[in-house]
Ligand binder design. Structure first.
Ligand SMILES: CC(C)(COP(=O)(O)OP(=O)(O)OC[C@H]1O[C@@H](n2cnc3c(N)ncnc32)[C@H](O)[C@@H]1OP(=O)(O)O)[C@@H](O)C(=O)NCCC(=O)NCCS
Length: 151
């Protein structure tokens, strides 16, 4: 079972050791986890950016950074990654499914956003399988913007 857990002193180093394949790193599909944790710290006063360790049962398999915009009633998967040794086991898909479930439980959220770099076929396949639809294109970051109604 996929779970989002707060990162603690016990698993902090393991979260930083999670890795992508060389090709995925070169393609810059997602920022390094250390950067995401630094950004979560930077925006901590706003209380709207939440980093989590992703566990499958008791095993650490990935990382996710969630952004919550109460004013816009929008939930966003800002960053997510599954460690290279755990990819291809459906954890990425189950992780997105879990976030959809969490967003749907929040009555103050209408929409879930999830964007991906063009050419990220795994992420494209995952979000489309849950019914996300295009929300435009970000030229600056070469990202396809996707959204899902969670009302
Ligand atoms: C994207 C990512 C999270 C997917 O995690 P994963 O656990 O390997 O994915 P899953 O095993 O759940 O696979 C989901 C689907 O994508 C497909 N898939 C996986 N890699 C693929 C690839 N390179 N090209 C096309 N399809 C791919 C799988 O076959 C599966 O399809 P299915 O449900 O029809 O069988 C992972 O590859 C990753 O961390 N990538 C680098 C970081 C990244 O891209 N983050 C997303 C930023 S928005």
């Amino acid at each position: 079972m996929i779970e989002l857990r707060e990162i603690t002193e016990e698993d902090f180093h393991d979260v930083l050791s999670l890795e992508l394949s060389e090709d995925q790193q070169k393609a810059k599909l997602v920022a390094p986890n250390v950067r995401s944790l630094a950004e979560a710290w930077l925006y901590r006063a706003n209380e709207d950016v939440f980093p989590y360790a992703v566990y499958n049962n008791e095993e650490l398999v990935g990382f996710i950074l969630i952004d919550v915009d109460e004013e816009e009633r929008a939930y966003m998967i800002w960053r997510m990654m599954i460690d290279k040794n755990h990819q291809g086991k459906c954890y990425g898909k189950k992780l997105v499914e879990k976030v959809i479930e969490i967003a749907r439980q929040r009555e103050d959220m209408d929409v879930l956003h999830c964007n991906y770099v063009v050419g990220n076929d795994a992420m494209k396949k995952i979000v489309e399988s849950f019914g996300f639809v295009s929300n435009g294109f970000d030229d600056e970051h070469n990202e396809q913007l996707m959204k899902l109604d969670v009302k």
